[in-house]
Design a binder for this molecule. Structure first.
Ligand SMILES: *Cc1c(COP(=O)(O)O)cnc(C)c1O
Length: 417
């Protein structure tokens, strides 16, 4: 995928006058267009919905845009539930897909009428005792060794993953909650992450559709919805291509017809809880070069660090970088692009070919609109950056201010030392 920018160097220089680097900037127009494409591709599904995984980009302004595009939220913590509520995403527009869930989070989810997606058979009693069982329950399935193909590296082998119920537990669980008066049922799984392969993604649908038939035949339970989870990948690297949503949709539709329709189970809502593919490609981390260092290697030191974007340091993830104004210069140099954390994995790029970089240059780090700002932290006294929204009319709105030293100290009481 060719990496393009929706803003010019002049525009960014103008923005920097009001909002110093580092900052994140999200492109509202492209987020909306992409959401529209996703919904259009799946328009054969009655009441199609993506429950946006809040953890990917937990900003209420972004959630509001996605709400306007028809999305709900997938939450997995108390603050995420509260954020959805504050944006006016309510009731069954919230999927609560958590794991190892604390009691107070179940209480909150039940109270606001979210769809609760249980991660374990023991959570049936736990939920019943803490909040009472709701009318609608979903279970997260973990196929374990039953799923041999189409697994990928971020989540790993299903049998090594902490999530979900085994097949036996799943059947037992539906039976149990039905006996206790639950009336409406959903099924969920998530076995891939950042997956670009259509067959691996569609395989998840096939697996769940077949399971739905099994649940119907064995337990006489007709599922109301099937939640295919998140995990649709994005092309971080230049040699990767984005998932063709129409092709994916058509493939899932064929499985739906062959399995769900043929067995008389139509209609079942098919839903997703994607985060990465919704905002990932449309967010950028903008940072300024503050130092150049020559030792055994060539280093470019920028004013952002791993505390602003953890993926490269944590997973060795590739994020493309553009040096603003030097887009057409040849890639003459090989650099490590580094932050200021006292950790040697604080590198945004290792041995990256770039044009000759000078201090003062502005570097844009691509595809950081999901699992970017969100994974930030304050280790080493590093502060979280601002988040900006590029509006469709070209204006820029600050949607989160940068943290200050006072924010960093706000949980401390110096007077009691
Ligand atoms: C993280 C997560 C998602 C979103 O994953 P993406 O890769 O951002 O699409 C969806 N559902 C659950 C349960 C998750 O943990």
């Amino acid at each position: 995928m060719r990496k393009t920018l929706t803003f010019t160097k002049q525009q960014i220089e103008e923005i920097i006058k009001s909002y110093p680097t580092p900052f994140y900037i999200y492109d509202e127009k492209r987020i909306r267009e992409n959401a529209g494409r996703f919904y259009k591709a799946f328009d054969w599904v009655a009441d199609f919905k993506n429950y946006f995984a809040v953890k990917a980009c937990p900003n209420p302004h972004i959630l509001k845009i996605l709400k306007e595009e028809g999305m709900g939220t997938d939450c997995s913590s108390l603050p995420e539930l509260v954020m959805a509520e504050k944006v006016g995403i309510l009731g069954e527009n919230i999927m609560f897909s958590s794991n190892n869930t604390p009691a107070k989070e179940f209480k909150k989810a039940k109270k606001i009428g979210a769809i609760i997606n249980l991660d374990d058979i023991t959570h049936i009693n736990f939920l019943d005792q803490t909040a009472g069982l709701p009318q609608i329950i979903c279970f997260r399935y973990n196929p374990g060794p039953l799923r041999k193909s189409g697994v990928n590296t971020i989540i790993g082998k299903p049998e090594e993953a902490k999530y979900g119920l085994t097949k036996e537990q799943l059947f037992e669980s539906y039976k149990l909650v039905k006996q206790r008066g639950v009336k409406r049922f959903g099924l969920h799984t998530m076995v891939v992450s950042n997956e670009l392969g259509i067959s691996a993604l569609a395989q998840t649908a096939k697996m769940l559709f077949e399971l739905a038939v099994g649940i119907y035949k064995e337990l006489d339970i007709k599922l109301e919805f099937i939640n295919l989870g998140g995990g649709i990948g994005i092309p971080y690297k230049l040699n990767q291509r984005e998932v063709d949503l129409n092709k994916l949709s058509q493939k899932i539709k064929r499985y739906y017809q062959d399995i769900i329709v043929k067995n008389g189970l139509d209609p079942i809502r098919v839903v997703f809880e994607c985060g990465r593919m919704i905002t990932g490609p449309f967010g950028y981390l903008v940072t300024t070069v503050i130092h150049k260092k020559h030792t055994y290697k060539e280093y470019i030191g920028v004013d952002a660090c791993m505390a602003n974007l953890m993926r490269p340091g944590m997973y060795g993830a590739y994020h493309h970088e553009t040096v603003l104004g030097k887009e057409n210069k040849s890639l003459m140099q090989t650099y490590d692009v580094v932050g200021s954390l006292c950790e040697n994995n604080d590198k945004f790029a290792i041995d990256r070919k770039l044009p000759t970089v000078e201090t003062g240059d502005i570097i844009v780090i691509h595809d950081t609109g999901a699992h970017g700002f969100a994974m930030g932290f304050q280790y080493n006294g590093k502060l979280r950056s601002a988040e900006l929204l590029l509006k469709p009319d070209g204006r820029v709105k600050q949607i989160r201010r940068a943290e200050t030293v006072e924010d960093y100290f706000s949980t401390l009481d110096f007077s009691s030392i």
